[in-house]
Design a protein around this ligand. Sequence first.
Ligand code: SF4
Length: 447
Amino acid sequence: MKKITIYSPNYYTYGAMLIGGVLKEKFKNKYDVKLVKTLDNNSINLFLKSDYVLLSLYSTLHLMDKNLKKVIELLQNNNKHNSKKTKIFVGGPVSAYPEIVLNELNVDGVILGEGEIITPKIIEGDKEGLAYLENGEIIINKPKPKPKLDFSKPLIPKDIGAQSIRGANVYIETHRGCIGNCTFCQVPKFFGKDIRSKPLELILEEVKEFKKKGVKRIAISGGTGSLYNFKKEVNKSMFIELLEKVSRIIGNKNLSVPDMRVDYVDRDTLTAVKKYTIGWVFYGIESGSDKILKSMKKGTNREKNLNAVNLAKECGVKVGGSFIVGHPEEKEVDYLLTKDFIVDAELDDVFVSIAEPIPKTELCDLILDTPIEKNPTFKTHLGPYKRLNLTESEARCFDLLLHAENWKSNPHILTKQLYSIYLNEAKTQGKDIRNITNLIFKYKKFL
Ligand code: SF4
């Protein structure tokens, strides 16, 4: 039997599992489909024996991964000396910028957009929905407009119960698309602005299957959980029914709904979150400055953010907030407003990210238009953390993490260890975002 191996870095992502399920279903007796998430010797041996290797990549950083590049070269060299050839294709969110993928990775093609419909056709030799190099020229065969969701079951690996993605064994997909316009986010462009939801019965069957395969803790993903079954407005009853029924299978201590927009929650949905899940919401607050929220096209403001935090607390729900620092238009005063917001909101947990230019987003365009010497991710920090040799974005990331620690509902004592963890976090993020920014400048002509 021929072999297809799907690799997703570090985690079995839902996307990789879904493609695995679609291929297994479609090519029942023709291909043996396997999923791997590490680049160890076992995986490399599996790649070498495979007819197709599908790389499911979800971060621009994966395009710069030296180990991945080495493995690809090994496979291509092996192809030169053997009659049996392994074709290598890339899919996943990085397929939104195929020109960069094809320049960075020596692969046979990039599967564009949502892969469930296209991937089986590509395996059969079709080229619609494929980007590839031909005589040094990039050919992009755009796929047909957004298909309906494919309702195949995901392929669930045996060791799924051993993985932890921020505490959950798996993030399941209940719907795709987002009605938001956030300039830093790839979701609306990649999945569209129409919400396509999976029928509830199929979600429940999937949850049972995951449980059978050893999954204990499930998170519901999909941009904003409460947009499930959204038509013109939030269908609260469907979202609440979803939580209730999934929780009945997996238990409310084992279900979370990580991401919620502050303008798509109300007392009923938050009460359901309290009753049927671990009782946390995570809001993408991003900034305490209305000017920056407007520039990010977040569709919210400081007041709405604070109201949503307070409403969740009134319903007994714990609140995590995520913030972005180092936006090219963020001035000192905007950053101070974010610190003020954290004091006023007294959140239960705080996440800080340095603004990332995901290629083909509006934020990426803005960063490409910002001279490097004015970009806070490159500008040297000359303020209170000067002796730590940080950039302005790194200093803000580090400072906000320290500041949030003091103002959380349950603050921790700032130990030396915590100080180092936060400093390391800020420096790592700074380095990664600088690498991504240098990459987008290198391929500016394609963006
Ligand atoms: S609400 Fe969330 S998923 Fe939707 S565009 Fe904004 S960041 Fe992206």
